[in-house]
Unconditional design. Structure first.
Length: 571
């Protein structure tokens, strides 16, 4: 470089200034119309600029812009912590009913108002797509669209979609090609296995912020928790080998819990009912014991004898025992529910002629009992009439659902169905009909997940699931934040059947967990009370030498749950 170039740097001419004629013309029109200094416009511009330059999230700007939502203190505190401390990447693991969706909406609205988020992808179970879309539009004034066609991914800034649809091509490819400012995943425990397409999809998304919503971040294995944390903050818990050696005593028992808790606190927030600050109305549970009619008793005993005998035979031969478990549960519901299973067993090519004869006899016995004489059916109509209010009835079986709809209509009570086979739009429509026109919703297990029915406070468990946690999921549809009345729960069970022991377990043992009901999911996970419980109960039923023996087994299960609760409280 030459010396004179440093002492006498070259002089650059200023660039030629150009004027945008359209902009200048708009300015002149403003001046002529005396709108250039309009006070409202000035206030809006000033507010927008202040929003963009706000340095911290100590005060949530969005609270003044969502009049349809009055968040609880714990929800505001959670949103502030995610925004201030966790940099928009967190597991929202509040207990069931504490409003994780509201927390996610607050975070999302705040980011949008500050200009930090534009493109948002919300992945939820198919049954919740319309509910999420509606709540974002109505409560948070966020223009969200439910994904229906391929072009939706690139047309809308905020897309709500089924994770099962999104993970399949061509949708998957389109989604992975885009940059997302914020990704929200509801029911995120479905990402617990890193070998699944669900986990791989979330891991591959190009995203700035990520919120995972689940009340059960760990169910059966601590590695599930590691997989969720890895999606949010890879390396937070070290490598998989380091995590196993440092933090896992056993599959479901942590090591170095204090250190693990500190590491988790940097990515996970869990609010609990037992910590106070949140008001929940009371649950008032009533057990409805029923006596079967002579014909119903004869049928139940005949089916139970058949199931026991055939179950032991198939188990010895390592055959398929699932139809027998189903049949035993159906006969506790209604004879009408058992008939389709008996038909399928009769048509099975592997069924011998002698076995077909026995099945035909049982099928005939079911058909000889008139629908109008079902003890449980008559009782449920009496309960609905005495309630004189909206009621949701849960059943395990489609056939029982059809029977109940028919019987209620015959009694002059308007009822609507809700089940998993309905499309998203029909589920949404049925929920609206229940709120505005019908007195009763008869729901299968699909009604136990996702929908919010705080306008209803009466629940009838027509059939009792053999897993206590599913009862909690059902009740959680009505007993949640926003419920202003006490919730009445009626558990129906027939004396002298396996249902009698199930209801005893639910009534006498699970009631002890009401104050810490959010921990029930963890206790059940420890006891392997998810997929294996139904098989265990069937084993007890078949192997018990007497009714007293069966009752003793259920009592031992209750004591085991109490001990697990004490251990959990100690930890």
């Amino acid at each position: 470089m030459k010396l004179d170039s440093l002492t006498n740097p070259p002089i650059h001419e200023a660039p030629e200034c150009t004027i945008d004629d359209n902009l200048f013309q708009q300015f002149l029109e403003r001046v002529e119309n005396e709108n250039w200094n309009h006070w409202t416009l000035f206030q809006l511009i000033r507010e927008a600029e202040e929003t963009k330059v706000a340095p911290t999230f100590d005060q949530l700007l969005c609270l003044e812009h969502i009049p349809a939502v009055v968040p609880y203190p714990h929800q505001v505190a959670t949103a502030k912590r995610v925004l201030n401390e966790l940099q928009g990447r967190a597991i929202l693991a509040d207990e069931v009913g504490l409003g994780k969706t509201i927390e996610a909406g607050l975070i999302m609205k705040e980011y949008i108002m500050r200009g930090l988020v534009k493109k948002t992808l919300i992945l939820v179970p198919a049954s919740l797509v319309l509910q999420w879309t509606r709540e974002l539009n109505e409560k948070f004034n966020i223009k969200a669209a439910a994904q229906r066609k391929e072009w939706c991914w690139t047309t809308y800034d905020v897309v709500v979609a089924s994770i099962d649809t999104t993970k399949r091509d061509p949708h998957r490819s389109i989604v992975l090609e885009q940059d997302w400012d914020l990704v929200i995943v509801d029911e995120a425990h479905k990402l617990k296995n890193r070998k699944t397409k669900n986990w791989e999809l979330i891991n591959q998304l190009r995203k700035k912020y990520l919120l995972l919503l689940t009340a059960t971040p760990i169910q059966n294995d601590m590695k599930e928790l590691y997989n969720l944390i890895t999606l949010l903050k890879p390396g937070q818990l070290g490598s998989a080998q380091h995590f196993t050696s440092t933090f896992m005593e056993e599959k479901r028992k942590p090591k170095n819990p204090g250190e693990l808790k500190d590491a988790l606190s940097q990515v996970m927030i869990r609010n609990k009912r037992s910590e106070g600050g949140v008001f929940f109305t009371q649950r008032k549970v009533t057990s409805i014991p029923l006596e079967l009619s002579p014909k119903e008793r004869e049928l139940y005993d005949a089916v139970s004898y058949f199931v026991r005998e055939e179950y032991l035979k198939r188990r010895a031969e390592r055959g398929n025992v699932l139809p027998l478990i189903t049949l035993q549960r159906e006969i506790c519901s209604t004879p009408y529910a058992a008939m389709p299973t008996l038909e399928r067993m009769h048509k099975d090519p592997k069924t011998s002629d002698s076995l077909k004869t026995r099945i035909e006899q049982l099928y005939k016995m079911c058909g000889e009992i008139p629908l109008e004489e079902y003890t449980k059916g008559k009782t449920v109509i009496d309960i609905v009439r005495s309630c004189n209010d909206k009621v949701i009835i849960f059943t395990e079986y489609r056939a029982t659902q059809e029977y109940l709809i028919y019987m209620l209509e015959q009694a002059g009570i308007r009822a609507i169905p809700f089940r998993g086979g309905f499309k998203r739009s029909k589920k949404d429509w049925m929920q609206d009909l229940f709120e505005k026109r019908a007195q009763v919703m008869v729901a299968t297990e699909a009604g136990g997940e996702g929908i919010n029915l705080q306008f209803c406070n009466q629940v009838i468990n027509f059939d009792l699931p053999w897993n206590p946690m599913r009862i909690e999921q059902r009740i959680g549809r009505v007993h949640r934040l926003g419920q202003e009345r006490d919730v009445f729960i009626y558990n129906m069970a027939t004396r002298g059947t396996i249902e009698e022991h199930i209801v005893d377990l639910l009534q006498e043992k699970i009631r002890m967990f009401e104050m810490v009901i959010g921990e029930l999911d963890m206790i059940i996970g420890k006891l392997k009370m998810n997929k294996t419980l139904e098989n265990d109960i069937m084993e007890w039923f078949v192997e018990s030498s007497s009714k007293e023996d069966l009752a003793s087994r259920f009592d031992q299960l209750g004591q085991k749950m109490i001990e697990a609760l004490r251990e959990e409280q100690d930890e």
